[in-house]
Design a protein. Structure first.
Length: 617
């Protein structure tokens, strides 16, 4: 059915709708208490549609709906689908997948605290995300100073006769030597969880009870250790400057917006004290504050949050407040209130949070403007130094990476207006060159890039490809080759074959000297000039991108070669083992019985794998 037919048969029930473009890509995900009324409203003529909504409607070529039993189920499904598909027209927490988390590996016999970049359904407990790595590292340091959890890399603790240095200096409880029982260690872990949730007073009361018990039983060394631990936690609590008379937990949320960008600032209040704060950038914003807070922060952030307080303070009424409160209450397991204070301590703290959000947004915009000015100055200086016809808006840089000719790869990085454009980066696996031949490898990479660009231009002329979907059709205003005169001459041959006259320069690795084709005299940029730093930054980015891809291919090849040495392990079993364990190291530590449980494995194959790693330890 086409869109018109689907609109006629929409159910009058709660659910989720997915808007798609001409290529079938999901460009918007929304929820509704009545799919029939909500989806049809998009296609009715209305002067109230925002510019973003009008742009979305123009691109809708298809839609799907998913019916659920309640509005809360629709909200949960919407959160999951936005996270999965990251649609173009939904507001998003910018770069949320890159923010670090603190992970407590509760699935281990003796859990550790790790820094990770994403959450997984693995039974562990996650705290974050931390937008400030400095704040996260300070928290981690405090945990290590107060709670002697192990920090060794092994997932399992093997019995040892000698403790490590961390145990000798009091930074590890040494479960490997039996100095602490599993029950006592788990008690330490529970204290760390309470600490990260901001519930330090509970930790202090718990430790005071244990100290009293130890003293009554004449275990004075243990009592003294607990006393020192109590003092350390109290020092952390005393550093908190903002507090009020209430001892409840709450999050205080402030918002600042500017055009399509917004900042949400959150203060985390635990037991009446501000224990920390984070800020988040939101992109693709054109709704009012109520819509932003409901559709982004309360849904996307608390959808991943490990701990939800009983009260969330916001600066104004949020959309679908009752529905959101019901969903948050389900996640917490008890009632959650969304509150808009009008006066008193909460209002004063909320005003402070909003002010912090405005400051962060202003600093971001100021930094953005300054970077734009610096980039413009660097590009103009490049135009003058390289005698280019115009300021080079699009710059492409190419690099080759290999070790003795193996796993040769090429990278193409793109800078637009002096800033990196990672979505336009491309990597090439060298197909036609044998051995360590950077000249021929560069010719293959540049040739493939130009052919693809010409093909896209032809498809655009024939209306088979939209301009916005083309990635190679725009040729660079400046092409840079990471290498000297030899690499530059090789690339110039390719450009001549395609009869292209593009400004191309070689960049000598050691001194950032630039070379023109057929001219042995280097162009030397001033060492601390904006143009010099821009060229250096572009070259380093091309090198990093090539090296990263090369290491990925080499790691895959090493994994493949190790498992291929084991009799009875073919491609299917190799893939199944890696899917089950994630790495060869984890496979090597698995027992024979555990290996036999992997899909496609049997006892004989499991024995071969187990014995192979046992022989090669």
């Amino acid at each position: 059915m086409d869109v018109t037919e689907k609109l006629r048969v929409l159910p009058d029930k709660p659910g989720v709708y997915l808007m798609k473009d001409a290529q079938g890509a999901i460009i918007y995900v929304g929820k509704a208490t009545s799919l029939k009324q909500r989806v049809r409203s998009y296609f009715q003529t209305s002067k109230h549609h925002t510019p973003k909504e009008r742009s979305l409607i123009e691109k809708i070529q298809d839609l799907d709906t998913i019916v659920v039993d309640s509005a809360v189920e629709a909200l949960i499904l919407e959160c999951n689908l936005i996270k999965q598909h990251r649609p173009k027209y939904n507001i998003r927490l910018r770069d949320d997948k890159h923010y670090p988390y603190l992970k407590i590996t509760l699935e281990d016999d003796f859990p550790r605290v790790l820094v990770v970049r994403s959450m997984k359904p693995d039974g562990a407990k996650y705290f974050g995300p931390y937008t400030s790595s400095t704040a996260m590292n300070q928290t981690l340091k405090i945990i290590k100073d107060i709670f002697p959890l192990r920090s060794c890399r092994q997932e399992r603790v093997d019995p040892k006769t000698r403790a490590c240095l961390n145990a000798h200096i009091g930074k590890c409880a040494a479960p490997c030597t039996g100095q602490i029982s599993p029950e006592e260690y788990r008690d330490l872990v529970r204290q760390v969880v309470l600490f990260l949730e901001g519930r330090q007073q509970e930790i202090i009361r718990h430790l005071e009870r244990k100290m009293q018990e130890a003293a009554e039983n004449l275990r004075f060394e243990e009592a003294a250790r607990l006393r020192d631990q109590i003092r350390a936690v109290q020092q952390v609590v005393e550093k908190q400057k903002i507090e009020n008379d209430s001892f409840e937990d709450r999050d205080v949320v402030g918002l600042a917006t500017d055009q399509d960008l917004a900042v949400v600032q959150v203060f985390f209040v635990r037991s009446g004290k501000v224990m920390g704060r984070e800020h988040f950038f939101l992109t693709n914003v054109d709704q009012d504050g109520a819509e932003v807070l409901s559709s982004v922060f309360l849904q996307q952030y608390y959808g991943n949050a490990e701990y939800i307080p009983r009260e969330i303070v916001v600066p104004g009424q949020v959309a679908e407040e009752e529905l959101l409160a019901q969903w948050l209450s389900m996640k917490r397991g008890s009632r959650v209130h969304i509150h808009v204070p009008q006066r008193g301590d909460k209002k004063r703290l909320l005003d402070l949070v909003v002010k912090n959000a405005q400051i962060v947004l202003a600093q971001h915009q100021s930094l953005k403007d300054r970077r734009k000015e610096e980039a413009g100055a660097a590009l103009e200086q490049l135009r003058c130094e390289l005698n280019l016809p115009q300021s080079p808006y699009r710059i492409e840089c190419y690099d080759i990476s290999n070790i003795q000719g193996t796993n040769s790869v090429g990278s193409m990085v793109v800078f637009l207006g002096g800033e990196p454009a990672p979505s336009l980066y491309r990597r090439f696996k060298i197909k036609t060159v044998e051995g360590p031949n950077d000249f021929a490898s560069l010719q293959e990479v540049v040739g493939r890039r130009i052919r693809r660009g010409q093909q896209e231009r032809e498809e655009i002329r024939e209306a088979r490809l939209a301009v916005k979907d083309a990635k190679f059709a725009d040729f660079p205003d400046l092409m840079m080759i990471d290498g000297g005169k030899g690499q530059l001459s090789a690339v110039k041959e390719v450009l001549d074959q395609f009869q292209l006259s593009l400004p191309v320069f070689g960049l000598a690795k050691e001194f950032e000297h630039l070379f023109r084709p057929d001219d042995g005299t280097p162009i030397i940029l001033e060492g601390h000039s904006p143009a010099f730093y821009l060229i250096q930054r572009i070259r380093d980015e091309a090198h990093r991108f090539a090296i990263t891809y090369h290491r990925q291919l080499r790691a895959k090849e090493q994994v493949k070669s190790v498992l291929d040495e084991i009799p009875g392990i073919g491609p299917a079993r190799r893939k199944a083992l890696l899917r089950a364990y994630g790495s060869v190291e984890k496979i090597s530590r698995a027992s024979q019985e555990e290996l036999a449980l992997v899909e496609g494995m049997n006892r004989a194959a499991a024995r071969q794998v187990y014995e192979y790693f046992k022989r090669n330890k």
